[in-house]
Design a protein around this ligand. Structure first.
Ligand code: ZN
Ligand code: FE
Length: 259
């Protein structure tokens, strides 16, 4: 069975490396140097690059990695990705070269206009999703190119995946997201437990990612726009009534931006 490890990059990025035997595929290599170091240390052969969106901290390593190994680059059809050879859209499926697992593509616009996710199964019992900067552990990405309605739809699409899905996002933002979530839902017991665990992981220098989708549904305020406690908190913050899920999401996103 393939394994997945994080390669930390810059201050808080995660480049995800899928490994099967001596083959390796990286997701969102914003920087080539840490990837090349792991390939050399573990004697791995790069067999593909997967990209979720066009931001530099997710594609900045593509060109140097392609100089090292000419491999297929999978990316969103609606964005310009350095070296892209396989342009993907909603419901496209493909077998990851060298790794052998099948992934399916979801269009999840909002953070960027063409952002995609990759979802699939590692084994009979474990699902995974590479979500880039759309969903974070207990948070979500900023709206750089999309609307609140688009982002809210994209998060709902991810939230509908199997509860046992491991969610691999692009940044370690968890502690700051948990602080915001606690301001929204101070009485959420699952959130308190998650916060204790994340603080312990970070104090040991461990990643808090991937997270489990079922726990995101229970604690991530951006997936909880129809929960009465979240609606009440959004209304209190906005000083007006909340008109549905998208409105709740928009208020929460703006609140987090100024938190
Ligand atoms: Zn981004
Ligand atoms: Fe990013």
């Amino acid at each position: 069975m393939p394994t997945i490890i994080p390669i930390p990059a810059f201050t808080d990025n995660y480049i995800w490396l899928l490994r099967n035997g001596h083959n390796a595929v990286v997701v969102d290599p914003g920087d080539a140097a840490p990837v090349l170091a792991v390939l050399a240390r573990e004697q791995l052969q790069l067999t593909a690059i997967l990209t979720t969106h066009h931001h530099q901290d997710h594609v900045g390593g593509n060109t140097a990695l392609l100089a090292h190994a000419r491999v297929p680059v999978f990316g969103p059809a609606r964005e310009s990705i350095p070296g892209c050879t396989q342009r993907l859209k909603e419901n496209d499926t493909f077998v990851v070269p060298g790794i052998g697992i099948e992934l399916r593509v979801l269009d999840i616009p909002g953070h960027t206009a063409g952002h995609i996710a990759y979802v699939g199964q590692l084994s009979a019992t474990s699902h995974l999703a590479f979500v880039g900067d759309t969903m974070f552990a207990c948070g979500c990405g900023r709206l750089f190119e999309g609307t609140a309605a688009q982002m809210s739809d994209s998060l709902a699409k991810l939230a509908a995946l199997d509860g046992d899905t491991l969610v691999y996002c692009g940044h370690e933002y968890t502690l700051s997201n948990l602080r915001f979530a606690a301001a929204v839902e101070p009485d959420n017991v699952a959130l308190k437990a998650r916060t204790v665990r994340a603080q312990e992981q970070r104090s040991r220098g461990e990643p808090t990612v991937p997270s489990m989708l079922a726990e995101e549904r229970a604690t991530n305020p951006f997936l909880r726009g129809s929960e009465p406690a979240v609606v009440a908190a959004a209304a209190a913050h906005a000083g007006r009534a909340i008109e549905g899920n998208v409105d709740a999401f928009a208020v929460l996103r703006a609140w987090k931006d100024s938190f």
